[in-house]
Ligand binder design. Structure first.
Ligand code: AMP
Length: 179
């Protein structure tokens, strides 16, 4: 589900070569958030396919996902749930571990943040290998949530995430075909 954009979003994303490790081209979306017009358009476009769907919760992935999920939830009129790195959430949590592009990691959610039967949209800035999103989906589904879809600014399909998650609706604004 790639969408047509009025503005050239790609030109507002800063590419930082060899960060955080050699060979990785980091897609820095902070430059895009700094521009009020492009920020508004990005939030509108990330939300659009889900506006007509019933969404109870928007799940936000640590940390740049927080910046996108919150205005999307406000537009949709749904609540926000946090996925955080292990050790950051204050109440009882569930967790899932996974292999990241730059090493192993564990994500957590509060055990009561998604209620059984709730319909969920998951939001992050970049889809790479899909490990982060797959771990998030496992937690949402363990809590009884139904994943209605996911929304990203950037898709890096050559890293396999889109294929790995192909049974779920994936919406994104820009794809890069190589690092
Ligand atoms: P993955 O689990 O491999 O799909 O990685 C996705 C997560 O890592 C997202 O939360 C992104 O913010 C971050 N990430 C992975 N690769 C990149 C990249 N090339 N540029 C920016 N962020 C990335």
């Amino acid at each position: 589900m790639k969408c047509i954009l009025k503005m050239d979003i790609r030109s507002h994303i800063r590419e930082v070569p060899d960060w955080p490790t050699p060979g990785v081209s980091f897609k820095d979306i902070t430059t895009l958030l700094e521009d009020p017009k492009i920020f508004r358009e990005v939030i509108d476009k990330l939300t659009q396919p889900f506006e007509s769907k019933k969404i109870d919760k928007v799940v936000a992935i640590d940390a740049r996902g927080f910046l996108l999920a919150t205005p999307i939830a406000y537009k949709i009129g749904s609540g926000v749930c946090l996925v955080r790195k292990k050790g950051k959430l204050p109440y009882k949590t569930i967790e899932e571990s996974y292999q990241k592009e730059y090493g192993p990691d564990t994500l957590t959610m509060h055990e009561d943040t998604v209620k059984s039967g709730e319909r969920v949209l998951i939001v992050d800035d970049v889809l790479a290998t899909g490990g982060t999103m797959a771990a998030t989906i496992r937690m949402v589904e363990r809590l009884g949530g139904k994943v209605v879809g996911m929304s990203f600014i950037v898709n890096l399909p050559f890293l396999g995430g889109e294929q790995k998650l192909s049974q779920y609706p994936i919406h994104y604004l820009v794809a890069y075909n190589h690092e």
